[in-house]
Design a protein. Structure first.
Lengths: 362, 362
């Protein structure tokens, strides 16, 4: 079978209620991990225009002798554990479709090095979205979200635009641990994110290993899942009313709550640094001087701040953040949409030769 | 009555299990706060020779028209809220003794600016210890500890040498919330503290205000009191066996646990900085490369690290810490003793003129 080349664009998501910690996998679990979370999380999909996005082309063909994956122009080692895990999602899709042929995948990320945002979510969402189309699969977004989650937990949220909840779920097979959109990207278009880019700091510990350590060793962690579930409810309530201050309050509390259980881990996981601290003080200071919550900071598993605010306050917040030493650039994003299929002219694969279209590094 | 001038030397203490959070004061509480803690804490008294100590002379005399307090050569404003609170302890002692005369107090601290250790504990312990003697009071250490605690919570631990537990207590009047020595300063003399001095950072929030905010707003805090009680038990067990590794493990966990609930406070309280982080990494790194727990870090309500280790490892730990950029000086301390009365020749008060002995700033 010579499948069609499908090209997809996907965007990252920013969690306002964070995912940090997997629950025990079922005994008969066939994967290293199903990436089943300890708690539900809630995110916004980010649209920073031509920045922070993944474009991925996928084709399945009997002409291909093996699975091949080019990332940012570079052929990847298919034996790396990380890639193997990501490809569990592809295996799953292949099984569902009954198609046994190999795949060529070409993917480009436009993530500035210092953005501090991971491309894994948009990358995997683009991959499974494109692969499911390339395989001609008719599966619902629930199922695709479930499969995407297997490749990378938080990536399941990037299958949707707008405001997205990744439900914790209860079933050991993970079929109910899927993302869904709670509000689309047109619901609250004024909501703006300022992504503060600082000098890149090498992580001392990966998120995967860090999560495991936190769940195993933090004495405070046992409260975290319930706190996060509560935060999801509170944010949905705030979204219903478009109550920015409530949204801001919970967003900040949840980020700090996650970083607290990280700090309580042995050995401690400390992603925040002095620049993060200055961003926190700057936002707190602004909120205090304005006598209302103008902005809210949040931090993923890294030192880079994302600050949310209303578009009407963005200039004010931007100016305040510019005063923080250590921030090199601020990227503005609005609420983004779900992955979309691009036209053939935007394909990264030459459908005739089944080769990447662009000059590649060896 | 012309009382005797009493001069006392007292030392600070370093909590291995931290005090962070007061419990509700009783309804009929006559003080702003009795400084009753949410949890027990455990400290070592620090002896850094001529550094980090308080010398205080006290005299009560009818010749004195009012209470006067000279700190580090400077006459203090008796109306400042902080001083008023400290003087609650003096009022209490005066009441117990039946002596109604005013006091002259002269106190000198030898705390290097960048030590990051507060002089409030040694300061208040010296003050109440000296005042009780100057008033001719025969009270037991329990009672003196209780009174000292009213002036400054953790100061009650500096009334003892060696290893000291400040028991949480349960009574609303605080009479059972007192410190006691669990092991004296000769029990484990090999135990050494390296105090890492960095550039002084002005605190954004006082301990008093910070504690209150944590208790009121941290969603994780409710676990903290029980965790700390457990840590106290574990440290006592480790002390019984002179098990340094167990002591180290709990010391690090407890410090991080306190800083976690600080971070979980709204707005977040962040005392650790990038230098603190480097000290944590350096100690973790050393412990890992030595395949045993050689050293343990702890942080009070500030960025400065105190690192404990065995005297036999002190050179090794010192060398490792010297490699941390941002540490300016490392001060070594051993386990210290309780406050002691100095001879008249060391008095800071001229008993004839009832004036401070030394040239003073105006």
């Amino acid at each position: 079978m010579q499948g069609k080349v499908i090209t997809v664009l996907a965007r990252p998501n920013l969690a306002l209620v964070k995912y940090w910690g997997k629950r025990e996998k079922g005994k008969d679990c066939k994967y290293t991990s199903l990436n089943l979370p300890q708690n539900s999380s809630l995110s916004i999909t980010l649209d920073a225009g031509e920045e922070l996005l993944t474009r991925t082309s996928v084709v399945f063909s009997e002409k291909l002798a093996q699975d091949t994956f080019y990332l940012n122009g570079k052929k990847q080692d298919m034996k790396s554990p990380e890639l193997k895990e990501r490809f569990l999602a592809i295996e799953e899709l292949r099984k569902l479709s009954g198609v046994g042929t190999r795949a060529l995948i070409v993917s480009n990320n436009s993530f500035p090095t210092a953005s501090g945002l991971a491309s894994s979510a948009s990358g995997l969402a683009a991959l499974t979205f494109a692969a499911s189309k390339a395989l001609g699969l008719k599966i619902d977004s629930n199922k695709l979200s479930e499969i995407t989650r297997i490749g990378s937990g938080s990536a399941c949220r990037s299958l949707f635009g707008g405001f997205v909840v990744w439900n914790r779920g209860k079933l050991p097979d993970g079929s109910d641990s899927v993302a869904r959109q709670v509000f689309d990207e047109y619901y609250w278009p004024e909501l703006t994110t300022l992504i503060c880019m600082t000098t890149r700091e090498k992580k001392k510990i990966s998120s995967r290993a860090g999560m495991r350590q936190t769940v195993a060793t933090s004495e405070l962690y046992k409260l975290r899942p319930d706190i996060a579930e509560e935060h999801v409810k509170e944010i949905i309530k705030a979204l219903n009313k478009k109550d920015f201050e409530a949204l801001a309050r919970v967003t900040m509390a949840d980020a700090m709550n996650m970083h607290s259980v990280m700090l309580d881990t042995r050995p401690p996981i400390i992603y925040l640094n002095d620049v993060s601290k200055e961003v926190i003080y700057a936002v707190e200071d602004l909120n205090e001087s304005e006598k209302r919550l103008v902005a809210a900071y949040t931090f993923d598993a890294g030192p880079n701040a994302c600050v949310i605010c209303a578009e009407s306050d963005a200039d004010k917040v931007f100016a305040k953040l510019k005063g923080v030493r250590g921030i090199e650039k601020i990227l503005k994003a609005k609420i983004g949409s779900s992955p979309k299929v691009l036209s053939d002219s935007e394909s990264l694969i030459n459908p005739k030769t089944l080769e990447p279209k662009f000059a590649l590094e060896k």
